[in-house]
Ligand binder design. Sequence first.
Ligand SMILES: NC(=O)c1ccc[n+]([C@@H]2O[C@H](COP(=O)([O-])OP(=O)(O)OC[C@H]3O[C@@H](n4cnc5c(N)ncnc54)[C@H](O)[C@@H]3O)[C@@H](O)[C@H]2O)c1
Length: 358
Amino acid sequence: MKTYLVTGGAGFIGSNFIIHLLRRHDDIRVINLDKLTYAANPRYLKPIEHDARYRFVQADICDRMAVREVLQSERIDYLVNFAAESHVDRSIVQPDVFIQTNIEGVNVLLEEAKRAWQIDEDTYQKGCRFLQVSTDEVYGTLGPTGRFTEHSPLNPRSPYSASKASADLLARAYFETYRLPVNITRCSNNFGPGQYPEKLIPLMICKALTHQGLPVYGDGLQVRDWIYVEDHCRAVDHVLRMGKPGEIYNIGARSECANLQLVQWIVDYLHEQVDDTISRNLIAHVPDRKGHDRRYAVDPQKIERELGWSATTNFTEAMEKTIAWYVSHPEHCLKRYLDAQEERRGSAADGSFPDDLP
Ligand SMILES: NC(=O)c1ccc[n+]([C@@H]2O[C@H](COP(=O)([O-])OP(=O)(O)OC[C@H]3O[C@@H](n4cnc5c(N)ncnc54)[C@H](O)[C@@H]3O)[C@@H](O)[C@H]2O)c1
């Protein structure tokens, strides 16, 4: 029986991860520690809320005593940290909370995991593992060719990616200095059901469904490498169970696409399948994001070769599944989208937020 402590488990990837775990393994327990920020989607976890193997704790990862209480009262085998402020645009406008959660919070988790698991100087509770969920954005931006490997230099270019890179360095330091069994995973852009509609794919779907302009940054030729969230969840569990302590694993599906091309695909699909009044006329180019990374592409050969994981989901099928989910959950997509707009309008009044965050 393994016990997972999943921090940030009410967010997009964390909630998909918890559902994945409970579906896949019978003999586990999962504790979800989440602060429930604006990005959390606890409703997505409703189907497993009453599962005897699941427990929810509302807390901030920066709250040392709350984290300690969970780690001391339960015998945790795996701590997986998804908790983060995750939206680049927000980090450009309000970086402080990114520093708090993404750096200070990770410091608390590492220190408390060490405290709970350490037996003597170099020995830890058998089989324990700390996994820091990171991002390919820590590597910065690429030109038209090449891919990020685990040896690519860290070159973060936004407050978000700088905060994630800082957390990676802290996690690695805990391995090097204290031999805490740590892994870091660096995944490409995720998509799938349950994502907060400020990120590119759900934002475009929600806007298109409500016949609003679809804001595309600059020329729209920025390239992102996409992965279906379930493939990412499988990879994280794989690393927890099979990864070598101290190692970093890139996670990706070799699925590059320019933003404009992706938005056009979404519009065309909605036009064909859902509402023929949705058209490419809705696409509107807006001034580019400050310091916008031009291209990301992840080389996943290490995790494929060493751990036998690979992405298995077909991109088009996964996009169709994703769009179908948003169309059939208007309460998630449209209500949260409208709430987000409301929130932005409120913050924009004091000049702290741009009108739109594609
Ligand atoms: N979304 C992507 O494409 C992507 C890609 C690679 C890596 N990642 C990383 O994966 C992780 C999860 O991303 P996501 O898209 O699911 O994010 P998300 O914004 O959807 O969810 C983040 C979750 O963390 C919680 N949280 C935030 N601050 C907290 C705090 N101080 N204490 C406790 N909980 C807190 C929120 O309530 C929310 O439930 C992040 O670390 C992110 O950097 C995301």
